[in-house]
Design a protein around this ligand. Structure first.
Ligand code: EPZ
Length: 420
């Protein structure tokens, strides 16, 4: 398994080009199943998760042609409506093929994704939404069998709490349902508006995506379209924190401030200057050290759970004591003991972590159990004294495109050590 070797303590200067958003690209790719015509996506990040979904789509009969950061997906005919366990268990976003398959083909058999390191992550809201649209659903041997032989029908769906995946899934399925679907208490993450924008180009009738009430009027069929994936807001936030831990100044090309929600205020309060320029966002640390800031993770526009680990790394060397409350996932503090191996003073009590900032962290061998936690460790390493070895780089390869090249270009001493 590959590792990253990072020698910390060098300020970072230069430019980082922010890639297309993983969590948008994956849902946009699933949308290709809704039409027999080609869907051309550009600014698609080269990531393990994208490759994994391409494998699943190929299994379902979708032809894919890649050209640089573009991919043309063509689902002229669907050859299989079965998404097997092996291709769904490794990545939960694969589950989102269920709704499009059901909407277009009237049936689908998709493996349940199972839990993952950050929490149990059930899919009950996804299934309730599809059932409300008339799908007959049963669970058998770890698979969801869903049928809607006469097509899905529009429905009013009230989500009891906000779910990004369930909102996207319901929206995808509702585009081809008969009649009107209303989503109440929908997630407002920018990826949902991005997906809606693409679906609208394909001929879908959607109002309100990006707000908590979304109205979708089903159409008989959708057409092909071309769409550019929005910039990755989590990658943006993570790189914005890099000068916070290591010092220096970065220009984040293609980054957009409006996608960051409450993270902007938290970063500014911690002592980062963030300036919007025509080329992107310029980020620099104001003083010698950042300051402690309290955060609570919330659905958008609140502070994103996907930046919580990175923010904890920033707070590990900030002046003062910060409290970090995780409200989205029940087990998303696994980076805390790893940061502690580097000298961070963190105590965790249930969903609340308290971080007492220290002057400096020290490099150490560390290991992470999920993608964003790994990025937290990389950030900590950039500011730490000496060498850190980050194990299990495959987590990072799932969601951060060309990480070591992007950081090395700004002066970081970072190297991939190939494993067997
Ligand atoms: C998306 O996951 C993202 N993944 C996650 O990013 C992100 O952390 C999360 O949204 C929150 O922003 C993708 O877009 C591929 P949810 P999703 O449904 O859709 C519970 C990353 O690192 N829930 O909003 O799965 C769930 O367990 C990943 O890129 C149910 O109980 O998140 C969680 O506690 C990690 N039943 C909460 O809701 C359901 O049917 C919010 O989850 C669905 C969700």
């Amino acid at each position: 398994m590959d590792k990253l070797a990072i020698i910390g303590g060098r300020p970072l200067f230069g430019e980082v080009t922010i890639s297309g958003a993983k969590n948008s690209a994956l849902k946009l790719m699933a949308a290709s199943l809704l039409t027999a015509e080609p869907l051309r996506l550009s600014n698609v990040p080269a990531l393990a998760d994208v490759n994994m979904l391409l494998r699943l789509l190929a299994e379902l009969g979708v032809a894919a042609e890649r050209d640089g950061d573009g991919v043309e997906l063509s689902a002229a005919t669907i050859s299989s409506t079965v998404a097997p366990y092996d291709l769904v268990r490794k990545m939960r976003a694969s589950f989102n093929v269920l709704g499009p398959l059901l909407a277009r083909e009237g049936e689908a058999k998709v493996s349940l994704p199972g839990g993952c390191a950050i929490g149990a992550r059930p899919v009950d809201l996804h299934l309730k939404a599809l059932a409300a649209m008339g799908a007959e659903i049963d669970l058998d041997e770890g698979y969801v069998n869903a049928r809607a032989p006469h097509g899905l029908v529009g429905a009013r769906i009230d989500f009891p709490f906000v779910s990004v995946g369930a909102t996207e899934h319901a929206m995808l399925a509702a585009t081809l349902a008969k009649g009107v679907t209303e989503l109440h208490n929908a997630a407002r993450e920018p990826e949902i508006a991005d997906l809606a924008e693409c679906l609208i180009k394909m001929g879908a009738r959607i109002d309100g995506a990006g707000a908590s009430e979304i109205r979708i009027e089903g159409v008989a069929s959708l057409s092909g379209a071309a769409h550019e994936v929005m910039p990755d807001r989590i990658e943006t936030g993570a790189y914005a924190m890099a000068p916070g831990v290591a010092g220096g100044e970065l220009l984040l090309r293609r980054a957009r401030l409006d996608l960051l929600g409450a993270a902007v205020g938290a970063l500014q309060e911690s002592g980062l200057d963030i300036e919007e320029t025509p080329a992107g966002l310029k980020v620099a640390r104001r003083g010698e050290r950042c300051r402690a800031v309290d955060i609570v993770t919330q659905p958008f526009p609140g502070f994103p759970t996907d930046l919580q680990a990175q923010f904890m790394a920033l707070m590990a060397t900030a002046q003062g004591v910060s409290s970090i409350r995780e409200t989205i996932f029940e087990n998303r503090f696994m980076h805390a003991p790893e940061l502690a191996r580097m000298g961070a003073k963190i105590s965790v009590n249930g969903q609340l972590a308290s971080v007492v900032g220290v002057d400096r962290l020290k490099g150490a061998p560390v290991m992470a159990t999920d993608l964003r936690a790994s990025m937290g460790l990389v950030l900590a390493a950039l500011g730490a004294e000496g060498q850190t070895i980050v194990n299990r780089v495959y987590h990072l390869d799932r969601g951060f495109e060309r990480l070591e090249q992007k950081l090395a270009r700004c002066g970081a001493l970072i190297e991939r050590v190939r494993g067997e």
